[in-house]
Design a protein. Sequence first.
Lengths: 278, 332
Amino acid sequence: MIHIFTALACEAMPLVKHFKLKEQNQYDLFRIFLSADNHVSLVITGVGKSLAAAAVSYHHACCNTSPADVWLNIGIAGHADLPLGEACLVNKITDAASGATWYPQVLFDAPCPVLPLRTLDTPSEDYQPILYDMEAAGFYALASRLGTSELIHCLKIVSDNAQSHSGNVKAKLVKGYIESQLATMDRIVSVLHGFSHELENTLALPPAYEEIITRWHFTRTQKIQLRECLRRWQSLQDEVEALQYIQAADSARSVLRLLGDALSSVPFTLNSRSTVQQ
Amino acid sequence: MIDTIYMETAVADHPRSRNILQRYPHAHVIECSNYTEVFNRKAQNFRLQKKKPALILAQKHHGHVLPTPARYGIGARQNYYFSHMLNCLYDCRYCFLQGMFQSAHYVLFVNYEDFIEELARLAQQHANETVHFFSGYDCDSLALDPLTGFIEQFMPFFEQHSNCLLELRTKSTQIRSLLERHPITNCVIAFSFTPEAISKALEHKVPSIEKRLQAMLALQQAGWLVGLRFDPLIYTNEYQRAYTQLFHELFSRLDCSRIHSVSLGSFRLPRDYFRKLQKLYPDERLLASPLADEDKQIGYPAAIRNNMLDFAAEQIQQYIEPDRFFPCHEMI
């Protein structure tokens, strides 16, 4: 699942339209939008790192997130000399107030410049050749407690620079900047989605696990043993249904014994799947 | 190859850092106060990072050279190891580094001079006996040598200290810097092997057996001593045939009189590392091998382990005298 966080409604609306999101009216603390397939969500956090952190936390509580999910903070930022409308990924976030740092791991060929960013508590017009925003540190501090830093990123679009100060930034302009970078976002989302899928697979319970614990009563320890057994089963002979070997079982204990016996009969190789002797 | 370089501010002006940065003019260079801000932080995934590891340039402040675990060695009483790098170019599925570190980035400690000072102190401390120093415990000694200049910088110390022996542990064929030097008798370039089919299944990005063998032959021809490391031995139902073939291939082509040492050990991991590997690679067949949990270590059950070690020992000693053979039963 992909969770997008923007500070402003004008940053959010082009994304809501692009990802065909619908507002979820049951949440009253922050505005939350969701795609019909529940694969993309968006939260409007409001301005500032505290609100960004609170929104991540609230969203996690409301939407049941997974450690394999993608977390994106998308919004505008200042920079000394990058052209307005330029999209940038972030490779280092510094909270200007506390000095705390985070390092988003960009493990792909970025379709845009990749730069360090400082999160400020108040707007500033002392432009330097790094990005400035007001949310990333709050967003990242919380998101990195819920996900993994390879899948948590900030995509910032330059809205002001030394030639055009933040006072000139208007909602309509911001909406246009975001719209003009939708293709860049799609490319980033696509690659992160692939990583997320890979991670999701490593977290998935082995096939048949749920069905087996429903049919027989397993203690907590036996559930751990069953997971381990089914994981080995999946590695060694995933074409074969574990269930067909345990039809005669009358207890969790006999399920584990039958599966264990079947696995012991497999000649162990590293290169090809084998099948158990029935 | 390297797109991102993290660099501790303290080593920004170190000549080795500057030299490396010059090699990668297009890399993103990100400064940090301490490499641990980036490396081994929580909320990192080794498997994902292995897709595109970054380089981290750092300084090692203490523990430059450490005693090896007991009974780990190739014949000396005094044994130490040191790691100028953490992590490896290769991606071997049995490797303990995956369990030990959260990050797959390569950490290079650029303050070689501090390592060498510590080596010199230990050489002096044990002036009247042989001291063995093992490199390649937390990294491959040679795989990134063109980048690190490790051989060029460390070898002069061993050229000047004949009571100290250096083991370079590697699966790499990066031997040019060795071939450009005069060989010394107190350096062993120890290559690790598993049979071809096992290597293909588990040792991702590692040069083929033939290429490694060619590198060993070139080193022997140039006068260097080489070593063979069959650690870990990997169990499959056909291990006897596979290892017999591997031993024959290696020992029949190498000059056995110029093999310094052969060592052996079966696959084993600390329990915590093994559990972490299972989480990273739940479908990995190696981790579904017949394994037992003994004394917080996961390894083959005693029956399999002893059969494999006995079998391999018997085979190896057909080619090598017992005084050059070092079976290692020590856990990591």
